[in-house]
Design a protein around this ligand. Structure first.
Ligand SMILES: [Zn+2]
Length: 434
């Protein structure tokens, strides 16, 4: 193959190769309009409460009405709190208990919102929880070469600072996915979540440690756990979908084989060039999100240009976007209204990176495609205004439309077109057949 100057040719070859063997499982229908989620903290393992169940419903409904983010990712719903890795996944008593949790879900559902919970139980259990010893769960713990359980300690003092914690912290043990009794425990947990009315789980830190050296799990000593975990996920998906096809399984991984088992992904915290290459390699993979922190308008634009959703994390998950950054919430809402007006192109369109278009003047650009329609997403990623001259190939005879936030759409007569972009401002040029 001749030198083409960029990574696109190599990525296309790799993409064709990977798509031969990966069977993609379709997400539930309600994710057809997926634009991301807002993540919010219930309580920490230190006992600090940020949103009990009533407060979560109050704040999330208000935020969703403005931001258009109707998937709530609730973090820390159990008695030990976020990162507690509880065996007991009952709704925390001091957040409102079982009744308060049900009322929260009912209110959010009536407001058109869905709720996903962070889940460690697929992999980790707090080894200091009383049930761990009472139920003899160490039988199922992954063992290292010396026979000790694989242990992990939650290491952050807060979610905002990431300062190292010196004091007490949850100690987790990794559970071996090979152990059928453990799989049964997890399937019962999924059943309970579905019966409670939860809409999905985010399987955090999805992929297992390399190998298990237990001599008592029925696998060979030193068995590799990745293929075992994928089979575990296959069973979980089949079980969940049989009970409720609308139940969504998210996971913290973009490992390609996970495509068969997951509906959505919690992978790209900031999305660098690796993220672009991954999007290009799997152009149909739209159920992901770019992390959006305080005032991060540019991250919203990045998500628009990648054709994926946003994940808001404001004040380290301590509050909603509307509460702390109301203008940002309105901006996300404006972008989401535009995306929902053209969902085939802007929500479910295939990502083509920079191929088939160009833009000068320092603008960044990307192309999204669907059924002959194309969108050229332009963005200024700098604090200075720029002038760009944009061109989109292969759109002769098509209707041309230029969208700008809070200014709406207007018809264009021809290309190329000169566009002025203010600091951190995007614009979208669309070519459509009708
Ligand atoms: Zn094992």
């Amino acid at each position: 193959m001749p030198h083409a100057g960029q990574w696109h040719s190599g990525a296309e070859e790799f993409s064709a190769y990977r798509h031969q063997s990966i069977v993609i499982s379709p997400p539930p229908r309600w994710m057809d309009g997926f634009v991301g989620w807002s993540e919010i903290l219930g309580k920490t393992y230190l006992g600090e409460v940020f949103h009990d169940f009533k407060h979560c419903a109050d704040e999330s409904i208000r935020d969703a009405q403005v931001s258009g983010l109707a998937l709530i990712f609730y973090y820390g719903h159990t008695n030990i709190g976020a990162e507690g890795a509880d065996y007991d996944q009952s709704p925390a008593v001091d957040l409102g208990g079982e009744a308060g949790f049900k009322t929260m879900l009912d209110r959010l559902h009536r407001a058109g919102c869905r709720v996903m919970l962070l889940d460690h139980l697929h992999r980790w259990i707090n080894s200091e929880a009383p049930q761990y010893a009472a139920d003899g769960l160490s039988r199922y713990a992954v063992r290292d070469q010396s026979g000790k359980p694989i242990e992990a300690r939650w290491w952050k003092e807060t979610f905002l600072s990431c300062r190292r914690l010196a004091g007490p912290t949850p100690v987790w043990h990794e559970m071996c996915p090979f152990c059928r009794p453990w799989l049964d425990v997890y399937l019962r947990h999924v059943t309970t979540m579905i019966e409670r009315g939860v809409d999905g789980l985010e399987l955090d830190t999805l992929l297992p440690i390399d190998a298990c050296y237990s001599a008592h799990h029925g696998h060979e000593v030193g068995a590799k756990l990745l293929p075992v975990k994928l089979e575990f996920l296959r069973a979980v998906r089949a079980h969940a979908k049989a009970l409720n096809p609308e139940f969504a399984i998210f996971g913290e991984a973009t490992f390609p084989e996970c495509r068969e088992h997951l509906d959505g992904y919690y992978p790209h915290r900031f999305v660098d060039e690796n993220g672009r290459i991954y999007r290009y390699t799997f152009p149909e993979l739209t159920q992901q999100a770019v992390r959006v922190g305080n005032y991060a308008y540019d991250a919203v634009n990045k998500a628009l240009s990648l054709g994926i959703g946003v994940e808001t994390e404001i004040q380290g998950l301590r509050t909603t976007t509307l509460r702390h950054c109301p203008e940002l919430a309105r901006y996300i809402g404006e972008v989401n209204r535009f995306k929902r007006k053209h969902p085939e192109l802007l929500i479910r369109g295939a990502f083509r990176d920079t191929v088939g278009a160009s833009a000068g003047g320092g603008a960044l650009w990307s192309v999204l495609e669907a059924d002959g329609a194309k969108a050229l997403v332009l963005r200024n990623a700098t604090s200075k205004p720029i002038n760009t001259r944009a061109r989109l190939d292969g759109v002769d005879g098509q209707r041309l439309v230029l969208w700008r936030p809070f200014k709406g759409e207007k018809a264009l007569r021809r290309l190329p077109v000169n566009i002025h972009l203010g600091p951190y401002e995007p614009a979208v040029l669309m070519a459509m057949s009708e």
